[in-house]
Design a binder for this molecule. Structure first.
Ligand code: MG
Ligand code: MG
Ligand code: MG
Length: 319
């Protein structure tokens, strides 16, 4: 019997880590109960894995509900894997082409990963992979234990920025309410602020760590573009670190041959993002957002989501 590693994207966030744990659990329940036996055979046991270090928010969430950090996995060669929270090669394991992918559960645009055989592929345009997983639990009649409901709820509050992100759907809210009932949490916003507050703690973090906390690579119009995001309860928390952070963007761009390196400094309470920009072509960034760069950044009111509000206009401008 082989083992299936369930793994999310690089630079793990709370949804990616918790969804790996949750989907591994669900997969093993399917194996045990035969819930999917009419459509597919499940012989292998699943275990969760992560591609990198956990951030402070994720550590808090796992500890709160009594989970250990999953083991690390960075290379997919020769492994059986199930992917959660991504389907882009650039965000996946090294040698993902040499892995056998058995399932993908996601809530992003479909990426460039392909498989030679049909697999379980379940994607919804919801705000969080945990929301999509809840649908799979319900559809296959598997009960969600309290601790799992806890990390799923935390994932939804994290990914949707306490329902403020444009990615939030009615389904995310409905699922969050249902999970909250299982966990016994009544004040969702209070719990959300507790979860998100962990990532607002930037004391003692280097400027590079702040830039890299949630950093993703993209290819747009053939150009290498990196977009990081840091979500803070209040942007003034890093006001005096901006020079340092900007210098890190400049360094990264030069060292790794990017066309553009962007960092979203997202203010959760003000519901907007200061987009810090280092680029070979300011015009293309300005075109994407219909706004002029003021010094080294652009203020984007109402923008909270990289996936919905930053990547699509950039891809359009680059194409
Ligand atoms: Mg994610
Ligand atoms: Mg997600
Ligand atoms: Mg995210």
């Amino acid at each position: 019997m082989a083992q299936i590693y369930v793994v999310g994207h690089r630079n793990p966030d709370t949804d990616t880590v918790c969804s790996a744990i949750v989907f591994a659990y669900l997969w093993n329940k399917w194996k045990e109960t035969g819930a999917l036996s009419k459509v597919m055979k499940i012989e292998d046991e699943a275990i969760p894995a992560v591609q990198g270090d956990l951030n402070a928010e994720t550590k808090f969430v796992l500890e709160k509900f009594g989970f250990k950090p999953p083991q690390k996995l960075t290379d997919g060669a020769g492994k059986k894997v199930a992917l959660v929270d991504h389907s882009e090669k650039s965000q996946s394991l090294e040698n993902i082409d040499k892995a056998e992918i058995v399932a993908i559960v996601d809530h992003h645009k479909i990426g460039d990963i392909t498989t030679p055989n049909p697999i379980l592929f379940f994607n919804l345009p919801a705000g969080c992979t945990a929301t999509v997983l809840k649908v799979l639990f319900d559809k296959t009649g598997i009960k969600i234990p309290k601790e799992l409901a806890g990390i799923m709820l935390a994932s939804i509050l994290s990914d949707t920025v306490i329902f403020k992100s444009a990615t939030t759907t009615e389904l995310d809210k409905k699922v969050a309410e249902e999970l909250a009932k299982i966990v016994g949490i009544t004040d969702l916003v209070k719990f959300g602020v507790e979860v998100k507050g962990k990532l607002s703690e930037v004391h003692g973090m280097s400027a590079r760590d702040i830039m890299m906390r949630d950093f993703k690579d993209f290819v747009m119009g053939g150009k290498k573009v990196g977009i990081g995001q840091i979500e803070l309860l209040d942007l003034s928390l890093i006001e005096n670190r901006k020079n340092e952070i900007y210098n890190e963007l400049v360094k990264k761009k030069k060292a790794e041959g990017y066309h553009s390196v962007l960092l979203m400094l997202t203010d959760i309470m003000k519901e907007g993002t200061e987009l810090m920009v280092v680029t070979d072509d300011p015009k293309v960034i300005e075109k994407a957002f219909g706004k002029k760069l003021e010094g080294r950044s652009i203020w984007l009111a109402g923008v909270m989501s990289r996936k919905k509000q930053v990547v699509p206009p950039l891809e359009k401008a680059f194409s």
